[in-house]
Design a protein around this ligand. Structure first.
Ligand SMILES: [Zn+2]
Length: 384
């Protein structure tokens, strides 16, 4: 067996595909052998003798996302070739690989967002998923390599505007397609000065949400969503999310998970990095509902959503099914406060609807109508 270690600027690059193409004498090349790195960055090639020497390719493709070249209209994948490597070689994607390095940073961040925000919540928390955001833990590496579940064009230069966004269904691959702008256009991608890096925490949440929808639902959403995004881009909007402004029931509902994910990511990584699991979930909800939310100090443009009155009831600052912050507050804070955050996130991901009315219908009926009274109260409070 031969093994190689995949790294990103000397840190392990996890769950990333690596391939080796054996040379067959003078006749040419055989089929590529694909493996995936483990949680420590090691990729094990069981079919290769340890004495093998050759070229290995580290693909900008991991379990979370496949990175495509956003400067090209085709579906060119990003990859780096490491020449003449043998057993225990370190394949380090270095910042010196100026063109490709940021692709791997975006790819790795997508995985970190999955792990930090979603992995402890059903359906991801089930035994069969674990490290696999889109399932298939029983499938071999080459199957995952051939079946990407989320694509990401980066740096997106062909779609006009400054807005990063996620297309529910790519025309070419049929999976959600992230359009991520380069760091010179989007300061929130890698963070800069007082602007924290929140783009991927927001956009990957959309990708996860869309990837769980059946294909027909994604097509339906793509048609509706494209109309709105088209208008946004045509109007040259900057992509600042208008948490406290009215848009439409569709957009407010879709955006709610982006708001949740970017806020939770900041809370989990900056405010309370020592907490995890249920303790982290509970602390996040309590903090968001407090009179002085911690995130107001770390997220520029932070909009407070609600507070809790002395009698324990919620006092919203925003209302209505067309207001992004109100839908976020209703589901991810109020309903989470009544149940728990994992139940709230799961209800959003499972409901397969595109507005608060559909979420209400779904949650009222599940678990033998266990949440019916909570949903009625939440809808009344937030005027959904
Ligand atoms: Zn969004």
């Amino acid at each position: 067996m031969l093994r190689v270690k995949v790294e990103l600027d000397r840190s392990p690059l996890r769950y990333t595909f690596v391939s080796y193409r054996p040379e067959l004498g003078t006749t040419g090349f055989g089929d590529a052998i694909v493996e995936m790195s483990d949680e420590n960055g090691w990729a094990h090639f069981k079919q290769l003798p340890a004495s093998t020497k050759g070229d290995f390719v580290v693909h900008a493709h991991n379990l979370a996302v496949r990175m495509l070249d956003g400067t090209n209209a085709g579906v060119g994948e990003v990859a780096l070739r490491f020449r003449n490597k043998g057993d225990r070689a370190r394949l380090n994607v270095s910042p010196k690989n100026e063109t490709q390095f940021p692709h791997y940073q975006v790819m790795d961040r997508c995985y970190e967002v999955y792990e930090t925000v979603f992995q402890s919540i059903a359906p991801f928390s089930g035994k069969s998923r674990g490290a696999f955001p889109h399932g298939g833990s029983d499938k071999p590496a080459h199957w995952h390599r051939r079946n990407p579940k989320v694509d990401c064009r980066f740096p997106e230069v062909l779609v006009p505007g400054k807005l990063p966004w996620v297309q529910p269904q790519s025309v070419t691959s049929g999976v959600p397609l992230m359009h991520i702008k380069g760091p010179s256009q989007d300061r929130r991608l890698f963070g800069s000065g007082r602007t924290p890096a929140t783009t991927i925490a927001h956009e990957y949440a959309h990708a996860i949400h869309f990837s769980l929808l059946p294909s027909m639902k994604r097509w339906e959403l793509a048609a509706k969503y494209a109309l709105w995004i088209g208008k946004e881009l045509a109007n040259g909007r900057s992509g600042t999310h208008r948490t406290d402004k009215k848009t439409s029931p569709l957009i407010a509902f879709i955006e709610a998970i982006g708001i949740f994910s970017q806020r939770f990511w900041m809370y989990a990584t900056v405010v309370e990095p020592q907490l995890s699991g249920r303790a982290l979930h509970a602390a996040f909800v309590a903090d968001e509902l407090s009179t002085q939310p911690s995130l107001s100090k770390v997220l520029p443009g932070y909009a407070p959503i609600a507070t809790v009155r002395a009698d324990g009831t919620i006092k919203p600052r925003l209302t209505g099914a067309s207001t992004e912050g109100a839908v976020y507050g209703a589901i991810f804070l109020d309903f989470a406060h009544r149940t728990d955050l994992a139940t709230a996130v799961n209800s959003y991901l499972r409901c397969q609807s595109f507005d608060a009315a559909g979420w209400k219908r779904h949650v009222s009926t599940v678990r033998k109508q266990r949440y019916r009274d909570d949903v009625v109260a939440v809808a009344r409070t937030w005027r959904l």
